[in-house]
Write a protein that binds this ligand. Structure first.
Ligand SMILES: *Cc1c(COP(=O)(O)O)cnc(C)c1O
Length: 385
């Protein structure tokens, strides 16, 4: 009944803690976060890790990762303050959002941050003015969104031609053109997309060196590494092996400095969301599928079920014969349906008041939870040491 990545000990630990709290809530297992961090450090021992704070900004996660030596990819002044609260040195931070106000750039600069992402000329000029002399890296578009269960490529990045122009302009403006970044889309199950992205970066590196005498020093390969959901992804070791091979093919034995910005893969599997069944009903006396309404839905933690994009492994403590159900949340919004096309199987013996356990919900749940839609409070979270 347990998914492969949850041992019986881990389940027992979750369950014991879960029994103390009222639903709905998220439990975060800090040892799992550490395990994932070490796995990443070992797999890419030459890279530095900048945790993408947006995946889960819980203070205990930030502190834990800061203590483990992680750096941080930060997208807003609010996240910056959250990370600064743990005495992380600004050298361990990047301002990774390409969409920023001038005042925000200034604030980052005042706090000592000197590494900025950009993908447009207006933003680059703002950085030159409000963060003079800083290092910049240019985010490039990656091809399509194929293979990513939660794509984010189209909104960010510029084409390689523009990246070259921006690097040249950066130098003119007194900034240090430092590197190129990309993000292949979150929960990326097609490893080959890293190959295409790295190849594009290589072309930009070469052109800048040969035509402009600009030597870039860094590749920021973003996130995209998987957590363990129902739709299977390759083992993390396969990602490492393949991506390292792609880097070697293009950059030989002297690769530039490599930065990774994992969010989902660091914290996803550490989370277990616990909910209660509010209602089980049928739409007509002859309808085949029961509707199961839980006290978590799209607006208090499960937004990534939008379009049924992410399918979390779901556990119930009941056993016996199962049936296909529709799963929906508690609010008065018609969109608040998690899974209708894809049918989860739940035990026929499931009853109102039973608990449901949503595995691998540590990423993009609490941070996406609304403040008070229908008066429901934001999803609470508790931490296991
Ligand atoms: C969200 C984000 C990440 C994290 O991506 P995951 O797929 O969750 O690992 C990394 N870098 C940037 C710039 C991001 O916006």
């Amino acid at each position: 009944m347990l998914p492969d990545h949850i041992s019986t000990e881990k389940w027992a630990r979750f369950k014991k803690a879960a029994d103390q709290y009222q639903t709905p809530f998220l439990l975060i297992d800090l040892p799992t976060v550490a395990e994932k961090y070490h796995e990443l450090r070992e797999g890419f021992d030459f890279a530095s890790v900048y945790y993408a704070v947006k995946a889960n900004p819980h203070a205990r996660i930030l502190k834990h990762l800061a203590d483990l030596g992680s750096s941080f990819d930060i997208a807003s002044v609010y996240e910056l303050d959250q990370v600064l609260a743990h005495n992380v040195a600004p050298e361990r931070m990047s301002y990774g959002n390409t969409i920023k106000k001038r005042d925000d750039i200034r604030y980052f600069y005042e706090k000592g941050v000197r590494l900025f992402a950009t993908d447009s000329e207006p933003d680059l000029r703002n950085i030159a003015e409000y963060a003079p002399g800083s290092r910049i890296y240019i985010r490039i578009l990656t091809e399509g969104s194929e293979g990513a269960d939660w794509p984010l490529s189209r909104k960010f990045g510029c084409n390689p031609e523009m990246a070259v122009e921006l690097a040249v302009l950066a130098k003119k403006l007194g900034l240090e053109p430092y590197g190129i970044s990309f993000h292949v889309g979150s929960q990326q199950r097609h490893i080959d997309v890293w190959d295409a992205a790295i190849a594009k970066v290589k072309v930009i590196f070469d052109r800048l060196r040969e035509e402009q005498a600009i030597q870039l020093r860094m590749i920021n390969m973003g996130g995209g590494f998987p957590a363990q959901y129902l739709t299977k992804a390759n083992e993390f070791s396969v990602y490492c092996q393949e991506i390292i091979r792609f880097l070697k093919e293009d950059f030989g034995d002297n690769p530039p400095e490599i930065i990774l910005e994992p969010g989902r893969s660091l914290v996803g599997d550490s989370g277990m969301m616990v909910s209660e069944v509010v209602l089980i009903s049928r739409k007509s006396s002859t309808s085949l599928n029961r509707w199961v309404f839980s006290d978590v839905g799209l607006f208090n933690g499960l937004i990534e079920t939008l379009g049924e994009a992410i399918k979390y492994p779901l556990l119930s403590e009941r056993s016996g014969e199962t049936e296909e159900v529709v799963l929906a949340g508690p609010t008065c919004d018609g969109m608040d349906i998690m899974y209708e096309d894809y049918k989860y199987e739940l035990p026929l013996s499931l009853e109102i008041g039973d608990r449901l356990y949503w595995c691998s919900t540590g990423a993009y749940t609490t941070s996406y939870s609304s403040i008070e839609f229908n008066g429901f409070p934001p999803l609470k979270s508790y931490v296991l040491e």
